[in-house]
Design a protein around this ligand. Structure first.
Ligand code: ADP
Length: 324
């Protein structure tokens, strides 16, 4: 092993040891709010609540059985849109759907229900990460049992973004050892990239996300120069108020509806080292990195799950992920 390989493995080992001694509780801020939605709420109303509170997901609560009932995410709205496209004759019903109907919508459009994985907040963070990666979830609810009632309580939800931020902020002594480049470690996806043009309709981009099972599509011009990225959460403002016609509008118009505090997209190059990616994660609100060349041509995409997978499993034969 070359010295740079050794250092890389030492850095990864440091990160894995860190994730094994820290718990999901450690990731939570001292004080935080948690918005939980009742499963009986109308889907239409849930959208407004998410928008008004500036959030993109929320745990659901089944008040009939006092039970955690899964997570509401942008994917659920995308499923609803798929339903609307497949059964346009039911458009009048769409407004009457409650959050509890989401599972029926999944069945009607033939998507497999997402496995509702959760984790106890005092389990090692490593376990929360590997559960998320194995189930392809981007966020995981922390579910505890109330001592007095013996019932489930949702403590919070942690995302891959939060975990990577936590790693980046607290383990600089390990991440600084990760000197191999994106190209050397093959981080991200470079083949069969799903892309769209500014003039494509929102519906077309949603279809791409569903078919490829991805949460973002780079928007490029005719020369493959990256102009922007359309994210699953960008769908939410498009269907605000139940105006499904806006889905026929094009990507450019939809991106103009982003909140004013939208932070922009993040890019990197194939020669960038993993330590510099951790510096970006430490300093900014990164949800994925678009890999470009010197002239902004699209080369690839690095998702947070790609980074987390590398950190957890690279070179660790015993803990490989099952093929997805
Ligand atoms: P995450 O799971 O972190 O939210 P994605 O769902 O966007 O990320 O990505 C899942 C996998 O698909 C990753 O391996 C990522 O590299 C790849 N991927 C992401 N976006 C695209 C795209 N537009 N085209 C092809 N592959 C993609």
């Amino acid at each position: 092993m070359s010295p740079i390989d050794e250092e890389q493995m030492q850095g990864l080992k440091g990160l894995r040891d860190f994730l094994r001694v820290r718990t999901s509780y450690d990731v939570l801020p001292l004080s935080f709010r948690l918005i939980v939605l009742d499963n009986d709420l109308l889907i239409r109303k849930s959208l407004n609540i998410l928008i008004q509170n500036g959030i993109v997901s929320a745990p659901l609560w089944d008040s009939h059985h006092s039970r955690f009932a899964g997570l509401l995410t942008a994917t659920d709205y995308i499923n609803l849109i798929q339903y609307y496209c497949q059964f346009p004759e039911h458009i009048d019903d769409v407004d009457k759907f409650r959050l509890s109907s989401l599972r029926d919508i999944e069945k009607a459009i033939g998507v497999l229900p997402l496995e509702t994985v959760s984790v106890h907040p005092s389990r090692p963070l490593y376990e929360a990460c590997s559960r998320m990666l194995k189930s392809r979830a981007r966020r995981i609810p922390l579910v505890d049992i109330d001592d007095e009632t013996g019932r489930e309580t949702v403590v919070s939800v942690i995302t891959q973004y939060r975990i990577l931020k936590f790693i980046a902020v607290n383990t600089e002594q390990h991440t600084m050892l990760l000197k191999k480049t994106v190209r050397e470690i093959g981080l991200g996806t470079y083949k069969n990239l799903a892309t769209a043009k500014m003039s494509d309709s929102v519906l077309e981009v949603i279809n791409l996300m569903v078919v490829h099972n991805i949460s973002a599509v780079p928007i490029v011009d005719k020369n493959n120069v990256v102009l922007n990225v359309f994210e699953a959460v960008d769908v939410i403002p498009c269907i605000k108020g139940g105006v499904y016609d806006e889905l026929k509008s094009n990507v450019g118009e939809a991106l103009a509806r982003r909140p004013e505090d939208f932070q922009g997209i993040y890019t990197c190059q194939e020669d960038d080292r993993l330590d510099s990616i951790f510096t970006t994660l430490r300093q900014s609100r990164v949800h994925r990195l678009v890999v470009i060349d010197d002239n902004w041509h699209l080369r690839g995409i690095i998702s947070l799950s790609d980074i987390l997978k590398y950190v957890l499993f690279y070179g660790d034969e015993g803990e490989q992920l099952p093929a997805s």
